[in-house]
Design a protein around this ligand. Sequence first.
Ligand code: PLP
Length: 474
Amino acid sequence: MDSDTFRKLGHELVDWVADYRDRVEGLPVMSRVRPGEIRARLPSEPPLQGGRLPEAIAALDPVLLPGITHWTHPSFFAYFPSNTSRASILADLVCAGLGVQGMSWQTSPAATELEEVVIDWLRQMVGLPDAFTGVIHDTASTSTLTALLCARERTGGFCQNREGLQGGEPPLVVYASDQGHSSIEKDVLLAGFGKRHLRIVPTDRAHAMRVDALGEAVEADLAAGLRPCAVVATVGTTGTTALDPVAAIAGMARRHALWLHVDAALAGTAMVVPEYRWMWRGIEEADSIVFNPHKWMGPGFDLSAYFVRDPQHLVRVMSTNPSYLRTAQDGEVRNLRDWGIPLGRRFRALKLWFHLLDEGVEGMRARVRRDVENARWFADRVDGTAGWERLAPVPLQTVTFRHVPEGFSDEAAIAAHNLDISRRVNEGGRAYLTPSLLKGRQTLRVSIGAETTERRHVEALWQELQEAARAGRG
Ligand SMILES: *Cc1c(COP(=O)(O)O)cnc(C)c1O
């Protein structure tokens, strides 16, 4: 492609994206296509001759858009939000345009040094002390895996690094609550602890980790000759945004020399608001912390912020340093390939930089407060309306609840009724939410936080849900 064509198509596509963002509110939030429908519209063989890019651009609307679930829709209430601000889109264009591989400082000093600057801005924004150093990873799953690898090597004195799983040491044990994210279990497996050595600690009525039960589990493992290694505390669980008590867990971690990793994938963003920081009180005692600005904050997927108290330990675990990667500046600079799992890395810092300059800390605080207030408004409706039942506290922006019609007492019937409500809402196309299971009970779950979600969208959702509940009983 020559430069003139690139310019022309580029302008056209920027217009297309801008128009898409403007009209998304009128589209059905959840895609309605059937499995295989999009595939069937596409040729099964690759083009032999080039020069046909305009066909792809012309197909965006008729072929692909029906197969898109609109995460930027103001009535997207499913999962957790995944925002991508317009500033972040522009940064991704620059990132691709530069085509940089930021594996070492020398392979593009600006990529490393801008990342050092903006990740430290982020640290300040969420009120973490300067004892923490940050690095950008792709996802929380990767950050938590990195944390568990570092924990394993600290407890084992680098024995696993040397001898793999054959070191003959007593098995190491990891602890997390029954509300911890599925990535914890996956990372425990990937890091070689083995499923048998993940302890699922029970939670209290607010769905937060019971520290007394954590203590008992640690004692039982010690008595059995195992080696307690790490605890993952979650601030803002995926099911209900429950808050594990970080300060108390940190006390337990200190007593037993456990690595404390805090998973605040969604909730980290809320800490830009000083009055919410009580939710992770004790955070300064963590060994590592992850949160995903790509969820609620605004820079697009993928951007996970990983903070550690001991970056030298991280580099010692992650570095391999073969001769072909060595450069003259190695002693003076960060080579970010040694701060995580992959060698190559994109210039992700650009989208954080663009987003922060565009929105400002005050802009972000206003949006987070708006979303939390909208969630409280919604929770008040649930609490104040007969037949509706809230199933968890609402510290942040997610409300977990269900509808129990008069005369319903059978759990299976209640579950079917609530699944029917979510199906009606989602298929209606005007809003999208995810049902989920909470300790065996079928729930509805509304998660607020798309950039464009205002009170009127939450009000419309509440109407929609009540109508779906009535229709389901009739
Ligand atoms: C979303 C989420 C994750 C996983 O996030 P990825 O970045 O997609 O790996 C982990 N923990 C919690 C609490 C989450 O909400």
